[in-house]
Design a protein around this ligand. Structure first.
Ligand SMILES: Cc1ncc(COP(=O)(O)O)c(C=O)c1O
Length: 468
């Protein structure tokens, strides 16, 4: 294992630093989402176009974050922008606060691409989608708890803010992980989520059988973090098990949806989960989430069958509660217009195959570059998402990432930020239809400069692991 000791790296982003200091006065930590933070300070952006971002110091970057994967058509795609603006102009309003036809069009489109999603509800974020999926599962099974996999991220809910990035010291046995909660402010009596080991069917089966009577749902990222794929046998076995044990299987495809394939990871694995959550790409860059799945589960939220807090008049005598789901902005017309245009581009112009082969090409060239310097490195991922890990060992689950050299990765990432390649340090790469051959060439050059900067400083040191 190699790592970097030297801190002489120069990170001169003066306007960003100024804004960060100003932001810190009025915004905790200077950021509105903790994922946006990194040391010494995040970079403030002011413009984006195609594959590029421009920061407040007027420095241009090739963007491989793409808002954590959301922008599959790149920044400011003309047709997506036009569809959004046209929706606003033609309807004359931002928001109806009532049903409208784009909701039906989008629900049908999702059902066409994700046949497991027989019915669909819209939310404003992936986190909200997970919230509804879990509530539906609890109502459907009449069981109280959720199981999730170690290393998997599902947004900011109490039930799933556990064992995303636990330390070796706290994580317990590999085949029966100790739940490690990752936020202050979660009441002790709510800390009852069961944690499972990814890609280990035998251990997962033992834990699920032990807790079967209390588990409403198993939720997973079918491709952990967007870059560690489930083994086919694992995911097939998991589906069989959850069916047998009357546990709702939730595929969280917020990252993988429309990115690893148009039909998500479930189309690759040929599995129909009971419920699926989507987000990111679905909104074309605007805030979105969706939950869909088996009609008999989804119908538990249908307001015309039972009552809820909003029941009035002729509905108020419905004494049995429906599964609550509401939201002022759910199914926002501008969001759905941007999302539908994004999906139209992906489907009708069919560029996803090109983005996937472009991604493979970039991965191959990066591997060749690092290997030419004798650095143990590989890229991991599926479709249009990948990550770089400095190791030559197999990576199939969260704990394997403990053996990866993240200090070297972080040092390289900081150099890349100086050399016009943008990625939150240690995060995964996502590509878009706007990324070009020229971007690949410049990215390889930037990596080579980073290697030459970092190599002389390489020494042995401890490591850290990051997620997002
Ligand atoms: C797999 C997964 N689930 C849920 C979420 C939460 O989505 P959001 O940030 O839109 O709330 C994310 C966000 O990165 C995610 O990657």
């Amino acid at each position: 294992m190699v790592s970097v000791q030297d801190d002489s790296h120069t990170f001169h982003k003066e306007a960003s630093l100024r804004l960060f200091k100003e932001a810190e006065e009025v915004i905790p930590g200077g950021v509105t989402a903790n994922i946006k933070h990194f040391a010494p300070h995040p970079i403030f952006m002011k413009e984006g176009y195609g594959s590029k971002l421009v920061d407040v110091d007027n420095k241009e970057y090739i963007d491989y974050s793409l808002s954590y994967g959301a922008l599959i058509t790149g920044h400011g795609h003309e047709a997506v922008t036009a569809a959004t603006v046209d929706q606003l102009k033609n309807s004359g309003t931002m928001l109806f606060g009532a049903p409208h036809d784009l909701e039906i069009t989008m629900a049908k489109k999702i059902n066409e691409l994700y046949p497991s999603m027989e019915q669909v509800r819209f939310t404003n974020s992936g986190t909200e989608a997970v919230l509804l999926a879990i509530r539906l599962a609890v109502a459907y099974t009449n069981k109280p708890k959720v199981a999730k996999f170690e290393g998997h991220y599902h947004g900011g809910l109490n039930e799933v803010l556990v064992s995303i990035n636990p330390s070796k010291e706290l994580a317990g046995n590999a085949d029966y992980p100790t739940p490690v909660y990752e936020s202050e402010g979660i009441p002790e009596d709510q800390k009852d989520t069961v944690v499972l080991p990814f890609n280990d069917l035998e251990a997962t089966e033992t834990i699920l059988r032990k807790h079967a009577d209390e588990l409403a749902a198993v939720i997973l990222e079918p491709v952990q973090g967007g870059f560690i794929p489930a083994d086919q046998s694992f995911i097939t076995g998991l589906k069989k098990l959850t069916d047998e044990l009357n546990i709702v299987l939730i595929f969280d495809e917020v990252k993988t949806g429309f990115r690893v394939a148009l039909g998500g990871a479930q189309s690759i694995y040929n599995i129909k989960p009971d419920l699926t959550t989507l987000g990111k790409v679905l909104g074309g860059g605007l805030p979105v989430g969706a939950v869909g799945g088996k009609k008999e589960i989804m119908m538990l939220s249908a307001a015309n069958t039972k009552g809820d807090v909003f029941a009035v008049g002729s509905d108020s005598d419905k004494t049995q509660n429906v599964v609550f789901h509401s939201g002022t902005y759910n199914g926002h017309p501008l969001v759905l217009a941007a999302g539908l245009e994004t999906l139209r581009i992906l489907e009708e112009e069919n560029p996803l195959a090109d983005v996937i082969s472009h991604t493979s090409e970039l991965r191959a060239r990066l591997e060749a570059l690092y290997h030419s310097y004798g650095i143990p490195m590989k890229t991991l991922g599926l479709g249009t998402i990948f990550n770089i890990v400095f190791t030559d060992r197999a990576i199939t689950s969260y704990r394997d990432m403990w053996e990866v050299d993240t200090n070297l990765r972080e040092a390289i990432d900081m150099e890349l930020l100086d050399n016009g390649v943008y990625l939150k340090p240690l995060n995964r790469y996502s590509l878009s239809i706007a990324h070009t051959e020229e971007d690949t060439k410049r990215t390889i050059e930037a990596h080579e400069i980073a290697i030459l900067e970092v190599l002389p400083n390489i020494v042995k040191r401890d490591k850290i692991v990051a997620y997002g």
